[in-house]
Design a protein around this ligand. Structure first.
Ligand SMILES: Nc1ncnc2c1ncn2[C@@H]1O[C@H](COP(=O)(O)OP(=O)(O)OP(=O)(O)O)[C@@H](O)[C@H]1O
Ligand SMILES: [Mg+2]
Length: 231
């Protein structure tokens, strides 16, 4: 039996923790508090694909294009250049527009993914989208419709989710159970100093470590450290 293809995440130190990377066509959730590195993680995932000739799309509800491009430029990534090459697209949506796409199908995002032959898609973040639905059941249905669409496109997805709770993580159960993997980014205070860490809560069909690893962000972006953290 052929093993599922794995896609390199583009995050140094991450792939070796998860048998080589994200599963092809999987839906992956990256959860973390403000400034924990969610956007950097997601963009590095797209850039890894771009380097390999895999087109990618970044969908957002809240990040402004100019600001995002500027922030990424400071990390050495020229998103404008990628965009001009036709292999990368930035799409700003209102959650209502996505809701419409889910109900009616098609739309800009659908034709864009198809025309570009996108292989990687990022939704940064999914939080405002899930806030559109009040009932858990409606949330679950919407999440499933979204995941089905991504599956139809044949893309591998990274979705970020904002975690505002102080202790532990709180994800909408609708998303929690439906995604293939959950990665948690921490930026916690210990003895007066904030430390970054990463944990893989789950990844279907993959042996994952039980430990939480140190994480760093510097001029080259995110990297998982070998140091294990006691949280
Ligand atoms: N060159 C750098 N060196 C060190 N840290 C950096 C550097 N560039 C960015 N950072 C840090 O990365 C963090 C931002 O990461 P990112 O934008 O990915 O977080 P986020 O989880 O998406 O945040 P938000 O919830 O606001 O969207 C900031 O806290 C910033 O301090
Ligand atoms: Mg962000």
């Amino acid at each position: 039996m052929k093993a599922t293809e794995r896609l390199s995440s583009g995050i140094p130190g991450f792939d070796k923790l998860v048998q080589g990377g994200f599963k092809e066509k999987s839906i992956n959730l990256v959860v973390g508090g403000p400034g924990s590195g969610k956007t950097i993680f997601a963009v590095m995932f797209l850039i890894e694909g771009l380097k390999k000739g895999e087109p990618g799309i970044y969908v957002t509800f809240e990040e402004k294009k100019e600001k995002l491009y500027e922030d990424m430029k400071s990390l050495g990534w020229d998103m404008k250049k990628y965009e001009e090459s036709g292999k990368f697209a930035y799409l700003e949506y209102t959650p209502e527009q996505v809701k419409k796409v889910l109900i009616e199908g098609g739309g800009t995002i659908d034709s864009m993914v198809t025309n570009m032959k996108a292989k990687r898609i990022v939704i940064d973040s999914i939080t405002s989208f899930s806030l559109l639905y009040k009932e858990e059941l409606a949330k679950k249905e919407a999440a499933l419709a979204l995941f089905e669409m991504i599956d139809k496109w044949g893309c591998t997805a990274v979705m970020t989710s904002q975690d505002t709770s102080m202790k532990g993580i709180e994800i909408s159960t609708a998303l929690e159970f439906e995604v293939d993997s959950i990665v948690i980014l921490y930026h916690e205070k210990k003895k007066g100093v904030r430390k970054r860490a990463l944990e893989i809560l789950k990844m279907r069909g993959t042996k994952v470590p039980n430990e939480t690893y140190g994480l760093k962000i510097d001029k080259n972006g995110l990297a998982v450290l070998t140091e294990k953290m006691k949280f």
